[in-house]
Design a protein around this ligand. Structure first.
Ligand code: AQP
Length: 333
């Protein structure tokens, strides 16, 4: 590790990663990887707050690692690891549970949304999710966390927990700050443009998976919900569906939003849908090609996961040792 500041972020292997995850998270990760000491994790312990099929979960974990590399993260330069391989995450999560108030957890929007969607599985892990996330971040002396807008509230809680711990004991944790992109922080569902695109959505037409093929991407965009006007204008409040398509086209092609509005003036929604689909297909093609190469090379993938574990654990173990000493759990030091 150099004396650059540390950046940490994670992705849940709770399904096929989407262009929402790419635009809100990975794209920035790739752009920031030269500026910081970067640590990226496939946070599989978070994924089990919903019931996962064991074989599918295992496969999603490997897919996610391969996709991170395919999207442009350099495994030699960054630490890329699987959360469950570093036990210190669970240890620190328990300690942070004891620094977190029930009222704080009950206020979390993600907890409320996910509880409403899964009424028959409102488990303790879902409620305590932000404490495990705080542990992920605080174990690595993280200064920056690049995330989509949906995670802002969790990062604020992480800062409150760190602050409380530092006051109750002594200054152990670095205070992290979120980095949220100005455009792309919230890509919306193609079927309900008022809700964010989510990989665990039961309606597969609502998201574009990073591994979706050309026909499927085209079909999903053609089915995207828009509005009953015939006016291609960026207005997230009144035209969320069309604005979401314009935003995706802007992000995929770097064309300014006003230029897209001008180019499509007087044209029908079908033309915009088709052009957006084509630009996403073009964006994903090299990522998909690289992904298939990596995913088929089990030896390479296992080596990255093992190396990532060793490097992450060395830092995490050091932090846990300090935390144990600070709170009086270390009987030898
Ligand atoms: N729709 C989105 N737009 C922009 N950014 C997004 N992110 C997620 N959805 C969008 C960002 O992707 C990163 C990884 O997210 P995650 O997998 O840890 O969890 P999530 O935010 O709960 O993502 P999903 O896809 O909605 O997963 P499920 O369906 O399992 O809950 C984060 O930085 C997130 O902000």
């Amino acid at each position: 590790m150099t004396n650059k500041k540390t950046l940490f972020s994670g992705i849940q292997p709770s399904g096929l990663l989407t262009i929402g995850n790419y635009m809100g998270a990975f794209r920035q990760w790739v752009n920031l990887q030269n500026q910081y000491n970067c640590i990226f994790s496939v946070v599989d312990l978070h994924a089990i707050t919903a019931i996962q099929d064991p074989q599918q979960l295992k496969s999603n974990i490997l897919d996610s690692v391969a996709l991170l590399i395919a999207c442009g993260l350099e495994p030699e330069q960054n630490i890329i690891f699987v959360q469950s391989t570093v036990y210190e995450h669970c240890v620190l999560a328990w300690i942070l549970n004891c620094q977190t108030f029930m009222g704080e957890l009950n206020r979390m929007t993600q907890f409320k949304d996910k509880s409403a969607k899964n009424k028959d599985n409102i488990n303790l892990g879902l409620l305590a999710y932000p404490c495990l996330q705080a542990a992920d971040i605080l174990l690595y002396n993280t200064s920056f966390i690049p995330v989509g807008a949906d995670q802002k509230q969790h990062i604020e809680l992480c800062r409150d927990i760190a602050n409380r711990f530092n006051k109750n004991y002594e200054e152990v944790f670095t205070m992290p700050q979120p980095i949220i992109p100005t455009v792309g922080a919230k890509i919306m569902s193609l079927q309900n443009p008022l809700a964010k695109m989510s990989k665990s959505d039961n309606n597969t037409n609502s998201y574009i998976g990073l591994l979706d093929n050309t026909d499927l991407i085209m079909k999903k965009f053609k089915r995207a919900v828009t509005d009953s006007e015939a006016n291609i204008k960026f207005d997230e409040e009144h035209k969320p569906g069309i604005s979401n398509l314009i935003k995706l086209l802007h992000l995929a092609t770097d064309t300014p939003i006003e230029e897209i509005e001008d180019n499509f003036y007087g044209k029908g929604y079908g033309v915009l849908k088709e052009k957006t689909a084509e630009s996403i297909i073009e964006l994903l093609k090299p990522i998909q090609d690289k992904y298939h190469q990596i995913r088929e090379d089990q030896t390479y993938l296992s080596k990255i996961i093992d190396t990532g574990k060793d490097k992450a654990q060395a830092i995490a173990h050091d932090t846990i040792t300090r935390v144990y000493k600070t709170i009086g759990l270390s009987l030898t030091g």
